[in-house]
Design a protein. Structure first.
Lengths: 411, 327
């Protein structure tokens, strides 16, 4: 199908921008196809405005060999959604004990390396990974978490975890790991990318490292820019909405609090405090945080419809990322251009991707309600279910061809 | 209320004015009025229990399911006595007797309970929040009999009832809670029940066993933290000692049980720092010699047996409010 011209779309009041690039997503294939497949994930991404997504390698088997990379690239080519680029493991089997064949993996098409979710705790091995990866020209994406310190934590450690009797993950678990990683980046001169920063201290550490001349990049997720740990206690107000001190008895119709312990609020890193959210926006505004990544983490209900402590971590994020960010822009937390750059040019530059004829048209004011049945992702695990949001992608073009048209698809 | 004349009369329980709840999951979001209502009904229930025939009819024909996914004898028996005293049919589903230990999910169990059709589900579960999970998926009334570290509302209410009986009005009274507050649903429920009744709470214990937020300026209203137990007890109106799980020392939270007992255990000398005759309580089961000396546990200040007795009456009051009123 031939695309309408950009001028036509802009004339209709739509915002026409380059396609979004997501450098952190989970597509679950191979191994967890009940949660997502490359095809459903790539289609959900496109609907969310992402024309390029990078797939994390924590599948079963983990993507740690050239053969698995080739297979993934082949499947992605047939998926018919966003472009899918593979990220490969840093260590064999994500076990954190020996390096994967990083050069071969890069040659096969890996755009980055990451042991996301199981950060390499052996500091010497991680140093080696960073130094060795330099030869490939690929970035190392680090999920910064001191696993011993976060322990069995299932949410942010603070007043709400104390109240709900849930084990907490202190901000220091992220900040200690960020400090380690920044030291190793200095030592190795490697291209380190810190993903999903979530605490004020972590943002501040990256700000200082950059001021000191270190080449390091970082991203933040839309949910860490909009939601807080109060959501675990049942609040359904964005971080910038009026504080609801009396979470469970304030019964406004539009913002009705839910029962606490909704496992769709369980994500790693955990939803933090208003103060942390504020710091993440400030980091985005001043360039400390370079880009926005979704950490789209779909899960089947089998892994979410359980006790909070036993539920899987993760939020299905492709299809709600844009309206969440627009909501923040609307209240002045960052200029629209800043947010758009963090979704397009900057991640493209970090990954070293060529310019492509990928673009999308956005209706900033179109309101819609998040509904499990209408999400294209197999992962219905979002705490935004039932929430009314504004902003939606009406057209997505890849290589000059219309690949998604909201009006044409059955919504 | 409607009176069924052929049965022994209920001793005029306070009617359901003000009572709107379908479940008892936590008292955290309760008004003082609701707490008072339960305590008033508890007085009526205690009267039933003092009769030669300890039985009243309001739950006749109703089924109370006791679903205990975590071992507990005391609380389960207390609920069972309460349900039977109100003439309910009682069904027990314990961890060992059900499929919980065979890998059956909580969702499966809820579906089974729903199919069995009980009127009230009394549940004990090791995961904080599990009763909310069940309440969202059942048509029965759910009473939380303890979930993880989160809440144990009937313990909070029975402690409030017991303290009221000993001290009168709790306004301005200062209650010390000492021990493993971090992992204690009893501590949370005591806070959420005693503070609305006007008491203030002083928490004491090693920092590793107190939630970090409660050692900062994020303490709940009416609560303070004093690590030094002697200072905490000085002039206090009552003390509640919490059970210390022995594995806390093994997981690096404590150096040794001996050091704990010497530093935060209730001794006769320590309890004497409180106001004269200020009572001592413990939710049980006790580790005598660790968090409490035997002489204190069984001494003149101890209300520990009264707590057990009052527990039955409080649970009767809640069962009555949830399922015992003529509709």
């Amino acid at each position: 199908m031939a695309a309408p011209t950009r001028a036509e779309l802009e004339h209709r009041g739509l915002l026409v921008v380059p396609g979004f690039v997501d450098l952190h997503a989970h597509l679950r294939e191979p191994g967890f196809e009940d949660s997502e497949t490359i095809e459903t994930g790539a289609r959900a991404a496109l609907r969310g405005g992402f024309t390029t997504i990078c797939a994390m390698p924590n599948t079963e088997p983990p993507i740690d060999s050239a053969g698995l990379i080739a297979e993934l690239i082949q499947k992605a080519a047939q998926a018919g959604g966003a472009r899918v680029l593979p990220i490969a493991c840093i260590t064999r089997g994500r076990r954190g004990t020996e390096l994967a064949d990083l050069v071969e993996l890069a040659r096969a098409g890996a755009v980055a390396f990451s042991d996301d979710g199981s950060p390499v705790s052996d500091t010497r091995l991680f140093r080696n990974a960073l130094e060795y990866a330099r030869a490939t020209g690929r970035i190392v994406i680090e999920h910064a978490q001191d696993m011993a310190l976060s322990g069995k934590g299932v949410m942010h450690e603070g007043a709400i975890s104390a109240d709900l009797g849930l084990a907490g993950m202190p901000p220091a678990a992220e900040e200690a790991a960020v400090a380690r990683d920044l030291s190793l980046a200095r030592l190795s001169g490697a291209r380190l990318h810190l993903t999903h920063l979530s605490t004020r201290g972590a943002v501040e550490a990256v700000r200082q490292a950059k001021a000191g001349g270190l080449t390091v990049t970082a991203d933040v997720t839309p949910h860490h820019l909009a939601l807080t740990d109060e959501w675990v206690a049942g609040s359904r107000r964005f971080a910038w909405e009026e504080p609801d001190l009396d979470v469970r008895s304030s019964g406004g119709a539009a913002l009705q609090p839910r029962h606490p312990y909704d496992t769709n609020t369980k994500v790693n890193p955990p939803l933090r405090t208003r103060d942390d959210v504020e710091a993440c926006w400030a980091g985005l505004r001043d360039g400390t945080i370079d880009c926005i990544a979704t950490d789209h983490a779909p899960h089947s209900s089998i892994r979410k419809d359980v006790e909070y402590q036993d539920a899987a971590f993760g939020i299905s994020a492709f299809e709600t990322a844009l309206p969440l960010l627009l909501a923040g822009v609307r209240v002045g937390l960052a200029p629209l251009e800043t947010v758009l750059r963090a979704l397009t040019d900057t991640p493209r530059r970090i990954l070293g991707l060529p310019d492509q004829d990928d673009w999308i048209a956005i209706d900033r004011d179109a309101e819609w309600t998040v509904d499990a049945r209408s999400l294209l992702s197999k992962g219905k695990n979002t705490p935004l279910l039932g929430r009314r949001l504004a902003g939606r992608v009406v057209l997505a073009v890849i290589d000059g061809k219309v690949r998604y048209d909201a009006d044409a698809s059955a919504l | 209320m409607t009176v069924r004349t052929s049965e022994p009369l209920m001793p005029a329980p306070v009617a359901a004015r003000r009572w709107q709840r379908r479940h008892v999951l936590s008292t955290e979001d309760w008004s003082r009025d609701e707490i008072e209502l339960v305590l008033e009904n508890t007085i009526a229930m205690a009267e039933v229990l003092s009769r030669p025939v300890r039985r009243a009819p309001p739950l006749r024909g109703r089924t109370v399911v006791l679903f205990f996914a975590e071992a507990s004898t005391r609380t389960r028996v207390s609920f069972e006595l309460a349900a039977k005293a109100l003439s309910a049919d009682v069904v027990n589903i314990s961890a060992s007797g059900s499929s919980v230990e065979k890998g059956e999910t909580l969702l499966d169990t809820v579906r089974t309970l729903e199919a069995l059709g009980g009127d009230v589900i009394v549940m004990r579960h090791g995961a904080s929040g599990a009763p909310y999970f069940v309440a969202d998926r059942t048509s029965a009334a759910v009473i939380n009999a303890g979930d993880g570290w989160h809440s144990h509302p009937t313990q909070g209410l029975l402690d409030a009832y017991t303290l009221r009986a000993a001290l009168g009005d709790l306004a301005g009274k200062r209650i010390v809670i000492v021990g493993d507050v971090l992992h204690s649903r009893v501590a949370r429920s005591d806070i959420h029940t005693l503070v609305p009744l006007g008491a203030s709470i002083t928490l004491s214990g090693p920092a590793t066993l107190i939630p970090s937020a409660w050692r900062s300026d994020l303490l709940p209203a009416g609560v303070t933290y004093e690590p030094d137990l002697d200072r905490a007890l000085d002039g206090a109106d009552a003390v509640i000692a919490l059970r210390l799980q022995r594995e806390r020392a093994e997981t690096g939270l404590l150096p040794s049980l001996r050091e704990y007992a010497r530093t935060w255990g209730l001794s006769e000398a320590r309890v004497a720092l409180m106001r004269p005759a200020a009572p001592v309580m413990h939710p049980g089961p006790m580790n005598e010699g660790i968090e409490i000396e035997a002489a204190v546990a069984h001494g003149p200040r101890s209300l520990i047996e009264a707590q057990v007795t009052n527990g039955v009456a409080v649970r009767m009051a809640l069962l009555y409010l949830l399922a015992g009123q003529p509709s």
